[in-house]
Design a protein around this ligand. Structure first.
Ligand code: AHR
Length: 335
C-alpha cells in the first residue's frame, strides 16, 4: 500500500511546488532543472539509501566520507547504514530502504553471494540499485543498474607483476605469504586470483601460506604472528590491503625482523598510513585502490533516478606506488 501511495503524494507535492514557482516568480532561478543539483524540478530532494560494509580499514573511512560529502554537495538526502561487516545487516538495511521508498539504493556488498532475493525485492518495488566498490555474483545482471568500482583482478595482477619483475632471473625459491581480505568478498577473491595468475609465470614463486585477516590491522597482526611462527623462511608478504600490511609490520618487528628488508611487503589501497610506511621503506610497493567514489556515485544516482541510460560498469582509474612515488604523493594525499 505504501508503495503505491507515496509516489502519488510526491507527484502532487511536485505539482504544487511547480505551480508555486510558476505563479510566484518571473525570473531569478536557473532554467529547467530543480532548485538543487539532487532535486527533481520543483520537487523534494532525491533520497539515496546507502548500505556501507563497515569501518574495517582506512580505505573504508575515506570511502564513507567521500559518499557523505558528495551526497551533501549534490543536495541528495542520504540514508546511511553501517553493516558492521555483516551481510544480514545489509539485507535488513536494503529492506528498510525499500519500505521507506527511497529513490535509489546503493551498497557495497560485504560478500559476493546471496543477494538475489533482496535485489529482486528492490526490482519489484521499482527502486534502482547501484553496486559501489564491490560486486555481487548474481547471474541476473538486471537486478542492478550499474557497478561502480575498481578492477580488483587487475589490482592483484599489478601486485604480482611487480614481484615478477623484482625476482626475474632468481633461481632460488621465493616464499610468499598472503593476507587475504574478508572471506567471500570480491576484493579478496579477485586480488588473490590476479596475483596467482601472474606469479605462475615463475615457478620459483610459491605462496606457502594464505589466510584471511579480514581487512583489519588487528587481523593482519595476528595472522602474521602465526605465519612467522610456522614459517621461519618468509621472503615476501602480499597483503590485500594496507591495514593488514601495517598490522603485519608490527608482528614482523616484534619477531626481530626488518619489514621491507628481511621480508618484502606488497599491499593494496595507498591510504596515508600505508604510503607513509612505503616512504619509510617498511612497505616496498602499493597498488592503489581509490576510495573517493562519492562524486561518480552521486552522478549515477541522479541519472538512474531520472531514468537515463548509464554504463553497466564504471571502472575506477588507479595507479601504483614505489617508495619514491609515495614520497612525492604524500604531501597532497587526501586520504
Ligand atoms: O572493497 C575495498 C576494500 O575494502 C579495500 O581495499 C579494503 O581496505 C577495504 O576494507
Amino acid at each position: 500500500m505504501t508503495t503505491t501511495r507515496l509516489p502519488a503524494l510526491r507527484m502532487l507535492a511536485a505539482a504544487a511546488a511547480a505551480a508555486l514557482v510558476l505563479a510566484g516568480c518571473g525570473g531569478g532561478g536557473g532554467e529547467g532543472g530543480g532548485d538543487a543539483a539532487g532535486a527533481p524540478a520543483g520537487g523534494e530532494p532525491l533520497t539515496l539509501g546507502f548500505s556501507q560494509v563497515g569501518a574495517e580499514s582506512g580505505w573504508r573511512t575515506a570511502n564513507t566520507k567521500s559518499v557523505q560529502d558528495s551526497a551533501a554537495a549534490a543536495g541528495i538526502e542520504l540514508q546511511f547504514s553501517d553493516a558492521q561487516q555483516k551481510q544480514e545487516n545489509q539485507i535488513k538495511a536494503i529492506r528498510s530502504f525499500i519500505q521507506q521508498r527511497v529513490d535509489v539504493i546503493a551498497f557495497s556488498p560485504v560478500v559476493e553471494s546471496g543477494w538475489d532475493t533482496v535485489l529482486m525485492e528492490a526490482k519489484r518495488a521499482n527502486i534502482p540499485v547501484i553496486l559501489t566498490d564491490r560486486s555481487v555474483d548474481s547471474a541476473d545482471t538486471s537486478l542492478y543498474a550499474t557497478f561502480l568500482g575498481s578492477d580488483f583482478i587487475e589490482e592483484g595482477r599489478k601486485a604480482g607483476q611487480w614481484l615478477l619483475e623484482q625476482t626475474a632471473g632468481a633461481t632460488e625459491p621465493v616464499n610468499i605469504v598472503e593476507l587475504q581480505g574478508t572471506t567471500g568478498s570480491a576484493p579478496a577473491i579477485d586480488r588473490q586470483e590476479g596475483f596467482a595468475e601472474v606469479i605462475a609465470q615463475n615457478p620459483n614463486l610459491t605462496v606457502i601460506a594464505s589466510q584471511t585477516g579480514d581487512f583489519t590491522r588487528s587481523g593482519g597482526r595476528q595472522v602474521m604472528e602465526a605465519f612467522l611462527k610456522s614459517h621461519p623462511d618468509i621472503d615476501v608478504l602480499y597483503a590485500h590491503n594496507d591495514d593488514m600490511g601495517l598490522g603485519a609490520i608490527e608482528a614482523i618487528e616484534a619477531a626481530g625482523k626488518v619489514p621491507g628488508q628481511d621480508i618484502q611487503i606488497i599491499t593494496v589501497d595507498a591510504v596515508k598510513d600505508g604510503m607513509q610506511a612505503l616512504a619509510d621503506g617498511k612497505i616496498n610497493y602499493i597498488v592503489e585502490c581509490n576510495p573517493l567514489l562519492g562524486p561518480q556515485l552521486m552522478d549515477l544516482v541522479q541519472k538512474v533516478a531520472a531514468g537515463e541510460e548509464v554504463p553497466a560498469r564504471v571502472v575506477t582509474e588507479e595507479t601504483t606506488f614505489d617508495t619514491e612515488a609515495a614520497k612525492a604523493a604524500l604531501p597532497s594525499r587526501q586520504y
